[in-house]
Design a binder for this molecule. Structure first.
Ligand SMILES: CC(C)(COP(=O)(O)OP(=O)(O)OC[C@H]1O[C@@H](n2cnc3c(N)ncnc32)[C@H](O)[C@@H]1OP(=O)(O)O)[C@@H](O)C(=O)NCCC(=O)NCCS
Length: 148
């Protein structure tokens, strides 16, 4: 496989269209433009993008309240999955959150999303519980957290 030439950097407003394209077809309920813009501009939110040879190949967004964080979304471009992009995005995000005094990170994931649950397990997230029908009938959310 060719070298990814991967760069992880903070998202900027010029990335919003590319982030929206990444979400289409990958996320059941894609975020609205304003919500993605807020991830980039709000000081209590974080947005990192993965860039490979000028193409945005992934992004992660998080929201912070006091010393807690919540993952809003993580997406890797369909053609670039399984090559460590989500792991690299998390490496940078977790360093940022730890140095900013965030103590715990939460997320919800659909119970049958094996790639995402695999990713979170590898990162050390623990399963805290299940929210029945959170994403619609029969679509439970698994609640997970990571002590930072
Ligand atoms: C989940 C997602 C972000 C993973 O991105 P990725 O860049 O392919 O992930 P990585 O290559 O960094 O993989 C990291 C780990 O995730 C797990 N993983 C990745 N793909 C997997 C798969 N298809 N099945 C099971 N585990 C998988 C593995 O533990 C992997 O570690 P390994 O390579 O050492 O085995 C990607 O599949 C995606 O964008 N999915 C659609 C959007 C989505 O569901 N987001 C999560 C919403 S909660």
């Amino acid at each position: 496989m060719p070298d990814l030439n991967l760069k992880i950097r903070k998202g900027i407003l010029e990335d919003v269209e590319a982030i929206m394209e990444l979400e289409q077809g990958s996320i059941v309920h894609p975020w609205e433009k304003k919500a993605i813009e807020a991830l980039i501009t709000d000081e209590n939110k974080r947005c990192y993008v993965a860039e490979s040879d000028g193409l945005i190949t992934g992004y992660v967004g998080a929201e912070l309240v006091l010393d807690e964080g919540n993952i809003g979304n993580i997406v890797t471009h369909k053609d670039y999955r399984g090559r460590g992009i989500a792991s690299s995005l998390f490496d940078v995000l977790l360093d940022d959150l730890r140095s900013g005094g965030i103590k715990i990170l939460y997320l919800e994931v659909e119970h049958d999303n094996a790639p995402a649950i695999g990713l979170y397990g590898k990162l050390g997230f623990a399963k805290d519980g299940v929210r029945r029908d959170y994403y619609g009938k029969g679509k439970d959310a698994v609640l997970m957290s990571l002590d930072l």
